[in-house]
Design a protein around this ligand. Structure first.
Ligand SMILES: [Zn+2]
Length: 48
């Protein structure tokens, strides 16, 4: 799992905001590791 070769930029899976543009939180969906920003998180919580 230690993939130091290619540094992958993480971004919100909904709005593509990067960690440099806001706070991203790790989440899981469909067996995938995803990131979600604090703006999109409420939408997820409320089932949007
Ligand atoms: Zn977002």
């Amino acid at each position: 799992m230690a993939d130091k070769g290619g540094k992958k930029e993480i971004a919100c899976f909904l709005c593509q905001k990067t960690e440099h543009q806001g706070v991203l939180l790790p989440c899981r969906k469909g067996g995938e590791d995803l990131w979600v920003c604090t703006r999109c998180l409420p939408m997820l919580i409320h089932g949007g």
